[in-house]
Design a protein around this ligand. Structure first.
Ligand code: MG
Length: 425
């Protein structure tokens, strides 16, 4: 006795202005498409792929039929892309789950192209069913990149397979015979880029209602930054439908709860709430009816992701470098000035620089009476030298200058720069 019950949510995210993702929630076919291609291209690609997939699969609801439906969707997206200047280069991922007849019973056929994903929650354990067709995932598989590095790699969004990228496409196919209580989740990378596997598993395990789980997963991705469109479809295999062939088999029965298994496409919407309206929900599912606050897992505000930590470290490094540069500039030079009636050498800039105040380095034995009166004005303001030795040399020269010119205060004496032409002691 099994039936399928599903829920979905899609959201534009916190950064993008349009939603190129598309979810399909049917009675025997569920899918997520993540369109790409600039301007309108992404939305057209995902819509075209889902429309074609649904039509082709309904004509041949078998594993081979589902694979062929994906190939047909690829052809249509490809043809549409090359026949229009505006749509040239568009493409889309596709991850779809369909009920098919196999081995004398109903099975779930999973097909995948691109980097949208399917996960299985079985006995509380989450496992990823699909392999990403992306550049970084290939590097991870070849050992060139760690999974942690892949999550932050700038090229992580480059897919190596997509519908519409060429006239033909390779399709990954998995045939599942899930047990009662199993839950399959389809999602775009807008979820998995933001939310870790452990949090996904927690939400899927705790929220029994598939619609509430899908909505909470989308909200979690928004809470973590929502840098991309986010789409989630949650499909439950449960034991409240009409008779099937035996335990673990899947009946192609529609759920008795139409709000979770509404047949049709979920159009791109600006929010999860708007998406829920698009399914025709007169009566919100359990979480919505009881209030999202009851249906959702409570999380302590925005969580700190690895990306945030790296960003903070980089910002601290930049700020630290700037502070060090200011400190170096403010303290690298010396100047000669007066401390009482003595000539003194200070480290720093005359008058200080920002929060760096000059520091007395040497209080010389030379007094104002030992130098020409014409030098006193410069000394009061401070005469800068590039090093401590240069500053000491300057003081010696001032003293020598005064000794060599007993007629202090003459114009010729004042015009001589003691640092440039030191007088003999
Ligand atoms: Mg995406």
């Amino acid at each position: 006795m099994t039936s399928i019950r599903a829920g979905s949510a899609t959201d534009v995210g916190m950064v993008r202005t349009n939603n190129e993702d598309l979810a399909l929630v049917g009675d025997s076919l569920w899918a997520v498409a993540d369109g790409m291609g600039g301007h309108a291209g992404g939305e057209v690609a995902s819509r075209t792929a889902i429309d074609t997939l649904l039509g082709a699969f309904s004509n041949d609801p078998t594993t081979a039929g589902l694979e062929e439906a994906v190939r047909r969707a690829n052809e249509v997206v490809w043809q549409k892309g090359i026949s229009s200047t505006e749509l040239r280069g568009m493409g889309t991922t596709i991850t779809a789950l369909g009920v098919v007849r196999a081995d004398g019973g109903d099975r779930l056929a999973l097909v995948n192209v691109g980097d949208s994903r399917a996960y299985l929650l079985h006995d509380g354990e989450l496992s990823q069913l699909t392999e990403d067709h992306s550049l970084v995932e290939e590097w991870v598989r070849s050992g060139e990149l760690s999974p942690e590095e892949a999550t932050l790699h700038p090229q992580r969004h480059i897919v190596t397979r997509a519908l519409g990228a060429g006239p033909e496409v390779d399709v990954d196919t998995i045939l599942l015979a899930p047990a009662l209580g199993d839950r399959v989740m389809l999602c775009s990378d807008g979820l998995t880029d933001e939310v870790g596997d452990s949090e996904i598993a927690e939400i899927l395990a705790v929220l029994k209602d598939p619609q509430a789980a899908a909505a909470d997963l989308v909200q979690a991705a928004r809470d973590h930054g929502g840098n991309d469109n986010i789409t989630v479809v949650v499909i439950d295999v449960q034991a409240d439908g009409p008779a099937a062939d035996g335990p673990g088999e899947v009946a192609r029965a529609r759920s008795q709860e139409p709000d979770h298994t509404a047949v049709g496409l979920i159009p791109a919407q600006g929010s999860a709430e708007a998406e829920q309206r698009a399914t025709g929900d007169d009566e919100p599912p359990v979480a919505g009816r009881a209030g999202r606050r009851q249906g959702r897992i409570r999380r302590p505000g925005r969580r700190i992701t690895l990306r945030v930590v790296v960003f903070c470290i980089l910002m601290l490094a930049v700020i630290g470098g700037a502070v060090a540069a200011v400190g170096w500039f403010a303290t690298r030079s010396y100047y000669v000035s007066l401390s009482g009636n003595h000539l003194a050498i200070y480290q720093g800039r005359p008058g200080g620089f920002l929060w760096f105040q000059p520091r007395l380095a040497v209080l010389t034995g030379v007094t104002t009476s030992n130098v020409l009166p014409s030098r006193l004005s410069d000394l009061r303001h401070g005469t800068e030298e590039s090093s401590l030795d240069a500053a000491k040399h300057y003081v010696s020269n001032l003293k020598a200058e005064a000794r060599s010119l007993p007629a202090a205060g003459t114009a010729s004496a004042a015009s001589t720069a003691p640092g440039a032409a030191p007088a003999a002691p």
